[in-house]
Write a protein that binds this ligand. Structure first.
Ligand code: PRP
Ligand code: URA
Length: 224
């Protein structure tokens, strides 16, 4: 694995990057990587990890005081101060993270950005986009389990910027240093969260050690 301080980020880029390295997260990522983990368990873990990561990515959401009457007395508590959120999965693998975020932020709206990587060039191709009408007024949590070259994420973030979104946070489960650098350089405002920072990309732009093809493992479409 790579050390965050050794992948060549500027101090400003470093400040926009979080590795969620809680012991429970590391434990679940280890199971996720294992080639013997089956489709059902893989899907469940992606959902759980998305929720853990969602906690970290919403850490700065503003609170407002509310009066709550317990069975014993009334006290001042705090609730989220009306923050509007959209979860935006990059299809198809990002779909696996949506329910984990919705478990945390049930009122969030869901937008979809369809993107696939050309197997030869590794360039992203957009094939579908549907966002909430008021997306420009929402914090967008873009979700995709894998950040490899960064091409898909950069294209998705660019689409959101062109749609007027000012607060974009990218949540991935496994990232390659190449993708981290590319995303943080391409967009000067995006915040990036990952559960693991891996070593490098191979010649096919797959992450090493990685976990293989996330979409195929979530949806059980691995070729025998
Ligand atoms: C995977 C993954 C990302 C992208 C990452 O999707 O889910 O979207 O590749 O690679 P990049 O950082 O080099 O762009 P893929 O294109 O395989 O499509 P899928 O989700 O439909 O399997
Ligand atoms: N997409 C994946 O699903 N896995 C990788 O390692 C790279 C891109």
């Amino acid at each position: 694995m790579a050390q965050l301080d050794a992948i060549g980020l500027t101090p400003e880029q470093r400040a926009r990057m979080t590795v969620v390295d809680h012991p429970m997260v590391q434990h679940k990522v280890a199971i996720l990587r294992d080639e013997s983990t089956g489709t059902k368990q893989f899907r469940d873990l992606v959902r759980e990890l998305a929720m853990f990561e969602g906690y970290e990515a919403t850490r700065d959401f503003p609170l407002e005081p509310v009066e709550v009457t317990t069975p014993l007395e009334t006290c001042t508590c705090h609730k989220i101060a009306g923050k509007k959120v959209a979860v935006v999965p990059i299809l198809r693998a990002g779909l696996g993270m949506v329910d984990g975020i919705l478990d945390l932020v049930p009122a969030a709206r869901v937008g979809h950005i369809g993107m696939y990587r050309d197997p030869e060039t590794h360039e992203p191709h957009e094939y579908y986009c549907k966002l909430p009408e008021d997306v420009d007024k929402r914090t967008c949590l873009v979700v995709d389990p894998m950040l490899a070259t960064g091409g898909s994420a950069i294209a998705a973030i660019d689409y959101l910027r062109r749609s007027g979104v000012s607060d974009v946070r990218l949540l991935v489960l496994v990232a390659a240093p190449e993708g981290v650098r590319a995303v943080l350089e391409a967009d000067p405002g995006v915040r990036l969260y990952t559960c693991a920072l891996d070593r490098e990309l191979n010649d096919h732009a797959y992450i090493l050690p990685g976990l293989g093809d996330a979409g195929d493992r979530i949806f059980g479409t691995l070729q025998p």
